[in-house]
Design a protein around this ligand. Structure first.
Ligand code: 5AD
Ligand code: SF4
Length: 461
């Protein structure tokens, strides 16, 4: 039986010793690391920071878990199915570990931050060597050193909030689009949501740090920057002010951001979006529900009328202003009639895109204690109904672009044929057109001929 270490304070640690240990173990051929991030952009960003740390101590990366000496799953806790997938993967690693007991398996991120998950892994999944939550990222080297040197299993679910370390740079895979966190954590405690528990309270990066990072990315050639935060509207130094400042950076690029909490979205935000030429005319504004009673139970702190006011204001200034939304179906106690109010809202607000989910019970949240009488199967049927409703609205709403020429950032191969490529317009809608693959990474003007329910089809002009 291996030893287990709860923390990893190892007085003996230094980065040079860690590098030497890795060199002694693997020799001149760099050992390989497989790292996969689940979930939201914020989590992907954490994964990119981890990748940077890992590359600095001599690892290369692989997409093949078989070949990896170090496997890292950077996990998401927002819904149960994300956790199930991770446990499925961990199960698969049992065989890999039997074949090669030297392989190090690490589970980190939001899911690992929850004590009951760390405990479950400790008791039942002995193929896992290292478990650490979001708060322990800055101790990664120490923890890895401990595991490599002593072969002890390490579990670290500290809740001590770490400072924002500006030294943690991201190693980005994408060379066209980059995500830049502007703040971490969340103070809102929506009753269904685990995020405030696993990511702690809001901490904002300084305006200077964000400005410098975005300027550098633009100089490197990035064409689209997405500013990230659980609620960018509560960015500590004024979000509209930050947007205006970033808009002054020279270069051909555009700025997106997510997410905006409706309770803090103001006409000033809309004005800023409209007045800054680099900022995309699109707002991701998670509505969650169209029913005031459910919104109250969710602790969202706005009514559907407040929500409508923001949309109305934006569209009074720009009639085709684009909105997208997150929606939860089947919150505890929600009735079919209440769900129908969400359907009505989806019809009324004409979102260009919705991300809809069946409610998932997260232990530790307030909603987990609420009575819930509707089966998951029934909720699944409601979800399908919602998607059909949305699909019906989408095509006619997207048709507002037919005949117009849109500026599209080409970002991948197309879906229709080998000759097609794909990109996103300012409003964040997929645009598909015939074009040379060399155009991927550039802005292209595309005249829209047709609206489909998944994309706009057009031709280069
Ligand atoms: N169940 C279902 N969906 C959830 N989300 C957050 N928590 C839950 C949950 N417990 C959704 C919300 C949020 C998006 C990121 O995930 O819609 O906006
Ligand atoms: Fe979760 Fe609400 Fe915070 Fe978004 S604003 S991360 S839904 S608690």
């Amino acid at each position: 039986m291996k030893n287990e270490s709860i923390c990893c304070i190892n007085n003996d640690f230094s980065i040079d010793k860690l590098k030497n240990l890795i060199f002694d173990k693997y020799g001149v051929n760099a050992p390989l690391c497989y790292l996969h991030s689940y979930g939201c952009q914020q989590n992907v960003t954490d994964g990119e920071k981890l990748k940077n740390l890992i590359s600095k101590i001599g690892y290369d990366f692989t997409d093949n878990e078989d070949k990896a000496s170090l496997i890292i799953l950077n996990t998401c806790a927002v819904r149960e199915n994300a956790e199930d997938r991770v446990f499925g993967k961990i199960g698969e690693y049992k065989k890999l570990k039997e074949k090669n007991s030297d392989k190090i398996v690490c589970i980190c991120g939001c899911m690992a931050q929850q004590k009951h998950i760390a405990e479950r892994i400790k008791q039942s999944y002995h193929q896992v060597d290292l478990v650490f939550g979001t708060f322990a990222f800055n101790q990664f080297y120490e923890m890895l050193y401990e595991v490599l040197k002593t072969k002890n299993r390490v579990f670290n679910t500290t809740e001590q909030q770490s400072d924002i370390s500006e030294n943690f740079k991201q190693l980005r895979d994408d060379k066209i689009k980059a995500s830049v966190p502007i703040m971490y954590g969340c103070n809102n405690f929506c009753t269904y949501c685990i995020v405030p528990y696993v990511r702690g309270r809001e901490r904002s990066r300084t305006e200077e740090a964000v400005f410098d990072e975005v300027s550098d990315l633009v100089k490197e050639g990035y064409k689209e920057i997405t500013l990230l935060g659980q609620n960018v509207n509560s960015y500590g130094y004024g979000f509209p002010k930050l947007l205006r400042k970033l808009n002054t950076i020279d270069g051909d690029f555009r700025i997106r951001f997510m997410s905006s909490h409706p309770k803090d979205a103001t006409p000033e935000l809309i004005d800023t979006i409209l007045e800054c030429d680099k900022v995309c005319k699109h707002l991701h504004l998670p509505m969650q529900s169209g029913c005031n009673r459910i919104l109250k139970e969710m602790n969202r702190r706005y009514t559907i009328e407040d929500y409508a006011e923001i949309i109305d204001y934006a569209r009074s200034r720009k009639p085709d202003f684009s909105f997208s939304s997150d929606i939860i179906v089947g919150f505890p106690g929600e009735t079919y009639e209440e769900f129908c109010k969400t359907k009505e809202a989806v019809k009324k607000f004409k979102f260009d895109n919705i991300y809809s989910f069946v409610y998932s019970k997260r232990s530790g949240t307030k909603a987990a204690l609420m009575e819930d009488n509707i089966s998951d199967k029934q909720k699944g049927l409601w979800l399908r109904e919602l998607l059909l409703e949305h699909r019906e609205v989408t095509v006619s709403w997207l048709s507002r672009f037919v005949g117009k020429t849109l500026r599209v950032l080409a970002d991948r191969e197309g879906r229709t044929s080998e000759n097609h490529i794909q990109g996103r317009c300012n409003e964040n809608i997929i645009v598909e057109f015939i074009g040379d693959k060399n155009l991927i990474g550039s802005f292209v003007n595309v005249k829209i001929n047709k609206a489909m329910n998944w994309a706009l089809l057009g031709e280069i002009v």
